[in-house]
Design a protein around this ligand. Structure first.
Ligand SMILES: *[C@@H]1O[C@H](CO)[C@@H](O)[C@H](O)[C@H]1NC(C)=O
Ligand SMILES: *[C@@H]1O[C@H](CO)[C@@H](O)[C@H](O)[C@H]1NC(C)=O
Ligand SMILES: *[C@@H]1O[C@H](CO)[C@@H](O)[C@H](O)[C@H]1NC(C)=O
Ligand SMILES: *[C@@H]1O[C@H](CO)[C@@H](O)[C@H](O)[C@H]1NC(C)=O
Ligand SMILES: *[C@@H]1O[C@H](CO)[C@@H](O)[C@H](O)[C@H]1NC(C)=O
Ligand SMILES: *[C@@H]1O[C@H](CO)[C@@H](O)[C@H](O)[C@H]1NC(C)=O
Length: 597
């Protein structure tokens, strides 16, 4: 018989080994841009006894419309056989004027603009182009999404959809977890502000975002570059390409909600940042593109490559700068995160397979000096006796907050823009946080390889491996699906009044369209449909009109997509981005407003 002490030791050793063998739980917060899809698929393909993706929450106030994004995530998870992974988006909760955060805030708005409903302005979001090279391309992945992804069982269901906050609470309260955040920080910040008691379960936060010491990689533009490169931006740190003149410092994921990013980075949870400093050193070059084209062994590799090829075509039309201006942003961040987690038990925690890492003391700039002067730009302070969230008068959040793309405050005569909202600045002192920063992508150790970066090799290998591969794509899921064009035959009919129908894709408009299609063609002859994406629906919803016409046997009717902005609301210098003066009255969520007494 063993003495008691030995038994205790044996049990202890068994406990330690079972603990060590447990996979690391991960939650991904994403805005479902194309490089986010790369990151998601990379994480899904890892060895599940090492890494277990538990949940995906969708960031709703940046590069996608969440109604399209959520269905894309569901379909990808279905393809990968992972309907078990929770997906959270949206929610109808709000923030009271005194700063009380109610449950289920949807994250459709940056925290500074979040009131009691899902309606509100676009202070930062207006820097994102809506159509080409912007939200329309991403909602649809250039049309590839609908043509390629299988159709899953899960879909967005109003009132039944789990919210981002619910999924965060469920997954984080269930045990230690790591967050990988590759979109704007709103969901995570709201979670941390509202559930401080659950912070202890968040082991680490990996963030793709920010610009610490970076310089713009396309700086000192080639002579013939298009609008994506504006002369004079040489050396700019950030990447908000619609807005360099006002704010040369910000990177989109932080600029989308600087106050939220501040909350996350200053939360006390260990943070690793993968900023532009590092991602700028891993542009998608021709060699990687060609190797990727050759490694199409799985459906997920096919989906990523087809989409990337379309992104390249779309950019080549513009300025031929694809290979110098398109980076592995979010997928690189997921790689750095995975390598860091693998090394987290080692003595040198800084070691990383894919990136050089360095500790830096940083903060997030949320407002511009001078602090404490009320100039009408800062809703946290202006007109309030007690600042929102009890923020300090005269503190770092109390200065001028950038308003719009052409905020006059930000411009300096004959100089660079002076607004720094969203800048991840290096500072020392009490208001700084020590974070581990990826500074540079590491070269490929295999010098004979055509791929120049270590991560390129890992990305292609992981994506093409048969382990945890996708089960099918659209064509293999529906082998009998045919592409047919239905053209009606009106040969012997006297056609009625020619009609053009101008609609905005709200529910009533679809009823009206059905009606027009059902009326005898000898009375009304529907010649064309023009669609306005400036109202109740976004441009990507145009697919529903195509499907409806197909169902009604009327593939002959042309459908035209209208302007993205009402008159005089697009930006005069960068017309694919612009204001939301009228659209801000339309709810982003279910449209059910809470009655405020
Ligand atoms: C996954 O990881 C476990 C534990 O480290 C290991 O035993 C297993 O062989 C790995 N599976 C593959 C396919 O690499
Ligand atoms: C689906 O996969 C098959 C087999 O790899 C491929 O031939 C087909 O082109 C894919 N479908 C689409 C829409 O790309
Ligand atoms: C820009 O210049 C480069 C080098 O001279 C050339 O290869 C490229 O085709 C040009 N692009 C456009 C859009 O004219
Ligand atoms: C960060 O700040 C701490 C405490 O103020 C200081 O000891 C440390 O040297 C700083 N690190 C860097 C890299 O500046
Ligand atoms: C139109 O009328 C001609 C002559 O009556 C007939 O042969 C033809 O089938 C009709 N076409 C249709 C589509 O009804
Ligand atoms: C748009 O702006 C132009 C020039 O600023 C002005 O002349 C015109 O009246 C404006 N149109 C509308 C509809 O506001």
């Amino acid at each position: 018989m063993f003495p008691m002490r030995v038994w205790v030791a044996v049990v202890f050793i068994m406990l330690v080994t079972t603990v060590a063998a447990k996979p690391r739980r991960i939650l991904l917060d994403t805005d479902v841009d194309l490089d986010d899809v790369f990151a998601l698929l990379y994480l899904l393909k890892l060895n599940r006894s090492e890494f277990q993706l538990e949940g995906v929450t969708i960031n709703a106030n940046a590069w996608t419309n969440v109604g399209h994004a959520v269905n894309q995530v569901y379909d990808i998870l279905y393809m990968m056989g992972r309907d078990d992974i929770a997906v959270g988006m949206g929610g109808e909760g709000g923030i009271l004027p005194d700063g009380t955060i109610l449950p289920n805030v949807g994250g459709y708005l940056s925290i500074i603009e979040q009131g009691m409903t899902t309606t509100g302005g676009c202070r930062y979001r207006q820097a994102i182009p809506i159509g080409h090279r912007g939200i329309l391309d991403i909602d649809t992945i250039y049309g590839i999404r609908k043509a390629f992804l299988p159709q899953g069982i899960r879909k967005y269901t109003p009132l039944g959809q789990p919210t981002a906050q619910q999924v965060l609470i469920d997954k984080i309260s269930a045990g230690p977890i790591t967050l990988i955040v590759i979109g704007v920080q709103t969901n995570i910040a709201i979670f941390l502000m509202n559930n401080p008691h659950l912070k202890k379960n968040v082991q680490h936060i990996y963030i793709m975002g920010g610009a610490v010491r970076s310089t713009d990689p396309t700086s000192c533009c080639p002579k013939n570059a298009s609008f994506s490169c504006i002369p004079g931006q040489c050396g700019d740190r950030g990447n908000v390409f619609t807005n360099y003149e006002a704010n040369p410092y910000a990177e989109f994921n932080i600029f989308g909600d600087p106050f939220a990013a501040y909350q996350v980075i200053h939360s006390g949870i260990p943070v690793t940042l993968v900023p532009l400093d590092a991602t700028n050193t891993i542009p998608i070059n021709e060699e990687f593109f060609n190797e990727f084209e050759k490694s199409q062994d799985t459906y997920e590799a096919q989906y990523c490559f087809k989409s990337l090829k379309m992104a390249k075509m779309a950019r080549d039309k513009l300025d031929n700068q694809f290979y110098t201006s398109y980076f592995m942003w979010d997928s690189f961040a997921s790689g750095v995160a995975v390598s860091s987690m693998r090394n987290s038990n080692k003595k040198n925690k800084r070691e990383n397979e894919f990136a050089h890492m360095e500790y830096m003391n940083i903060t997030v700039i949320t407002s511009n000096k001078p602090y404490g002067i009320s100039d009408g730009s800062n809703p946290f302070f202006d007109g309030l006796k007690v600042p929102k969230f009890n923020l300090k008068k005269g503190g770092v959040h109390s200065g001028h907050v950038q308003q719009g793309l052409r905020d006059k405050f930000c411009f300096v005569k004959n100089g660079k823009g002076r607004c720094q909202d969203g800048y991840t600045a290096e500072v020392d002192g009490p208001d700084s946080v020590k974070v581990l920063v990826a500074t540079k992508a590491k070269p490929n150790r295999d010098v004979r390889s055509k791929l120049d970066k270590e991560y390129f090799k890992s990305f292609l290998n992981v994506l093409k491996q048969p382990q945890h591969a996708g089960r099918f794509n659209f064509t293999t899921q529906f082998p009998y699906y045919e592409e047919v064009t239905y053209m009606p035959d009106f040969q012997n009919k006297t056609l009625g009044k020619p009609v053009v129908f101008d609609m905005d894709m709200s529910v009533g408009d679809f009823l009206a369209l059905f009606y027009l299609l059902k009326v005898d063609v000898e009375v009304i002859n529907l010649k064309a449909i023009i669609v306005s994406p400036t109202g109740w629906a976004n441009a990507a919803t145009i697919d529903v009109i195509y499907d409806l016409l197909h169902m009604m046997g009327r593939d002959d009717i042309p459908v035209g997509l209208g302007d993205f902005f009402p008159m005089n609301q697009s930006d005069p210098i960068f017309p694919t981005a612009g204001n939301c003066k009228y659209v801000k009255a339309i709810p982003h969520g279910n449209g059910i407003h809470l009655k405020i007494p």
